[in-house]
Design a protein around this ligand. Structure first.
Ligand code: UGA
Length: 432
């Protein structure tokens, strides 16, 4: 079976590499010539553990190809997976321009019957609409069946998630296309849920916004723990032992970021508004998250007073570990707040420095290690729990900082340990 992936973004690249890895022949198409040239030279444009190697291996074994030529990508395809981005419009809704463009490219270039699966996160009803767009613009007589096949990959563990997913959702009113797509994933041995396209589209939004709600909920509990002397770690553990609740996504912290939860909560809120429905919980999830992103900054202001001129280290900049993605990262809000306050900000991240530098230029300083960032600092903030940050020796904070005052947005250290090391330590939802 010839598989074409439309869009060499995060989902497209991980999916292309993994499908090639399990033996499929995959062509990955993107209009961005520079990106395709980079990929063909063996350079992967995103940071994702294991991806670069997997791409190179499968290119070498001639199962994975990259092209910016739509005719080459689509003319022989039996199945096309659309993985283009659906960014946020000013009103919060999802912008499906890239999907529409992909549909037109497909229509203009297909030469035979094809199954098209939309993996991108799209508003309810998009699959039906896109099928009509392709059929209206394709060569008459061709059978084109569009199905919804949302993805559930997490950045930073995309390859693992592809091979060990909890479910594959296929939303289809076409038996043949559903069968083709199910066959593609069959070697992964992941349970498949068959449903209609609208429900599949909703499963994606409902899953992401539910997870976002879980995080906002635990963050509210953590804030209350701060005020009442309870310990959020034990509270999360105790809650998570209840199988109905589940023990994942109960880590309190400095709020969620990334390209998915913030965008998808707003898009679903907007969809609800369009249907004259007031989705109260979603609004609260978003508002709680906006407030949570400021939680460390407010604690620092309370404790350290005026931050003007104070050397302040910010450790971890990406929205989560194992990615260089800084979209909606809590670190950015913190840096802006610190700059407004006149603090002398020095930042460190193992991979996301370049992206942050493009945003803040010479307004902040860039350290090449944690040691360098905390040297002579009066305050330090942990924003992203990279392994090297979590495992950084506490004694070094005491030795290197001018005043060892550490604000930890990811609860990396035990409160007792920080006490032992003579560090003034403020975390989230833990008495100390
Ligand atoms: C999320 C979903 O987890 C994926 O299933 C989905 O496919 C993806 O969005 C998407 O729609 O493309 P992702 O945004 O890559 O994946 O990362 P997550 O691991 O879900 O983390 C999102 C944010 O929540 C991060 O900022 C993380 O620090 C935060 N988080 C996560 C917490 O604050 N606490 C937790 O317990 C878990």
């Amino acid at each position: 079976m010839n598989i074409t992936i439309a869009g060499a973004g995060y989902v497209g690249l991980v999916t292309s590499a993994c499908l090639a890895e399990i033996g499929h022949i995959v062509i990955c198409f993107d209009k961005d010539t520079e990106k395709i040239e980079d990929l063909n030279r063996g350079w992967c444009p995103i940071f994702e553990p294991g991806l670069q190697e997997m791409i190179s291996r499968n290119m070498g074994e001639e199962r994975l190809f990259f092209t910016d030529q739509a005719n080459l990508a689509y003319e022989d395809a039996d199945c096309i997976l659309i993985t283009v981005g659906t960014p946020q419009r000013a009103d919060g809704s999802a912008d499906t321009t890239n999907i529409d463009q992909a549909a037109l490219d497909i229509a203009e270039n297909i030469q035979k019957d094809v199954a098209v699966a939309i993996k991108s996160t799209v508003p309810i009803g998009t699959n039906e609409r896109i099928e009509a767009v392709i059929l209206d613009n394709a060569m008459p007589g061709l059978t084109v069946e569009v199905i919804s096949n949302p993805e559930f990959l997490r950045e930073g563990s995309g390859i693992y998630d592809t091979f060990h997913g909890d479910r594959i959702v296929i939303g289809s009113s076409h038996e043949r296309a559903a069968r083709i797509v199910e066959e593609i994933y069959q070697p992964l041995a992941i349970p498949v849920l068959h449903t209609d396209p609208r429900s599949a589209e909703m499963i994606k939004y409902a899953s992401n916004t539910f997870l976002a709600a879980k995080i906002s909920f635990i963050n509210e509990i953590a804030n209350l723990c701060d005020l009442s002397g309870a310990n959020i770690e034990d509270v999360s553990t105790g809650m998570g032992m209840d199988k109905r609740i589940g023990n994942q996504f109960l880590n309190a912290g400095i709020g969620y970021g990334g390209s998915c939860f913030p965008k998808d909560t707003q898009a679903l809120e907007q969809m609800a508004r369009q249907n004259d429905y007031d989705f109260k919980i979603l609004r609260a999830v978003r508002e709680v998250n906006d407030r949570q992103k400021q939680t460390l900054y407010r604690k620092a202001k309370n404790l350290a007073g005026n931050l003007s001129g104070k050397r302040t280290a910010v450790l971890g900049l990406s929205f989560k570990p194992n990615t260089d993605d800084i979209r909606e990262a809590p670190s950015l809000d913190l840096i802006r707040d610190l700059l407004d306050e006149g603090a002398d900000v020095v930042v460190y991240d193992p991979v996301a420095m370049e992206k942050v530098q493009r945003l803040f230029g010479d307004k902040i300083s860039y350290a090449s290690s944690i040691d360098e960032a905390i040297e002579r600092a009066e305050l330090a903030f942990i924003v992203t729990e990279w392994k090297e940050i979590k495992e950084f020796s506490l004694s070094k904070y005491r030795e290197s900082m001018k005043t060892p005052l550490l604000f930890d947005g990811r609860n990396c250290y035990s409160v007792k340990e920080t006490e032992k090391h003579g560090i003034q330590y403020v975390s989230v939802g833990r008495p100390g």
